[in-house]
Design a protein around this ligand. Structure first.
Ligand SMILES: Nc1ncnc2c1ncn2[C@@H]1O[C@H](COP(=O)(O)OP(=O)(O)OP(=O)(O)O)[C@@H](O)[C@H]1O
Ligand SMILES: [Mg+2]
Length: 275
């Protein structure tokens, strides 16, 4: 489970997660857990939301409602709330909230149940399913269970003074509860020099580095070009490198051993189901 959180200023957390998911070399669950409201369905997937292929009544809120009487998350029910991402069929989307008010209906108990469900979720072959989690901008509504359960928490930041300054207090707060080896940076819309500066300013490892590429970012954040992924894109190339490295790290191999890119798989491959 990789969870991305950000400071102020919309550095590109959601775009980075969408890029990682699109480039992930295996089935992956993309969980839109921003308490301020999810951006993946109305953004990247807006075209499919409008034509009814992607639904917003299935996702974080429907899972919280369906499990409200459960004592602990039941992974068997999670798949009922996951939808295939049309332009990247190896990705399962847990769609986000449609308004900030819905956060109250989920509550700490709902986020805790979801965290347990995500952690217990298995692929068709019985391995823990890879999960990429967007918890949005850090604040009082931040779903901490999703930070505490993550294998790694990444703070999204851009290489600008404003973003670095807003990231600093968030990083300090995160560091109080998250061990240093589980806390890193996702540097968004960056250059090699920008990444070096951010790393020096914040004193943390850069785990993900995504170049500035406004055209592809607009696809992933706003569904420009109908949400279709471009064939050539610096952003997606970097996303692929990062995705392979991260997947290798948590599945104990080096990316060179990865023989072929992920075949197009339905998100049903996460459980062997057909959805
Ligand atoms: N690598 C990038 N290169 C260029 N532009 C980018 C990049 N990543 C994101 N952007 C742009 O930055 C803006 C904000 O992106 P995004 O919505 O992903 O940020 P966020 O951190 O998730 O914001 P929020 O706090 O609102 O959830 C969008 O217009 C997006 O297209
Ligand atoms: Mg976002």
């Amino acid at each position: 489970m990789i969870t991305i959180v950000s400071g102020k200023g919309a550095p590109g957390a959601t775009t980075t997660l969408a890029a990682l998911a699109a480039a992930w070399p295996a089935p992956v669950l993309l969980a839109d857990c921003d308490p301020a409201g999810g951006d993946l369905a109305p953004g990247w997937l807006g075209h499919w939301l409008v034509d009814g292929t992607v639904r917003t009544d299935l996702g974080v809120l429907s899972h919280a409602t369906a499990t409200r009487h459960a004592m602990a998350g039941d992974p068997a029910t999670l798949i009922d709330h996951v939808q295939t991402v049309p332009p990247a069929r190896h990705v399962g989307l847990l769609a986000g909230l449609t308004s900030p008010e819905q956060h109250a209906a989920v509550g700490t108990a709902g986020w805790t149940r979801l965290t347990a469900s995500l952690a217990a979720f298995r692929t068709a072959t019985g391995h823990p399913a890879d999960t990429l989690v967007d918890v949005g901008r850090y604040g009082t509504a931040t779903p901490w269970p999703l930070l505490l359960a993550a294998d790694v928490v990444l703070l999204a930041v851009r290489p600008t003074q404003r973003h670095v300054l807003s990231a600093r207090p968030v990083l300090a707060t995160l560091a109080e509860r998250i061990a240093p080896e589980r806390l890193g940076l996702a540097v968004c819309a960056t250059t090699p020099a920008g990444t070096r500066e951010v790393r020096a300013a914040l004193g943390r490892d850069t785990v993900v580095e995504i170049p500035a590429d406004a055209r592809t970012a607009a696809v992933l954040s706003d569904g420009v070009d109908g949400g279709a992924l471009p064939r050539r894109s610096p952003l997606l190339r970097a996303g692929r490198r990062a995705a392979r490295r991260l997947h290798g790290t948590y599945h104990n191999y080096t990316p060179a051993e990865l023989r072929a890119p992920a075949p197009p798989m339905s998100a049903g491959a996460l459980t062997g189901g057909t959805r």
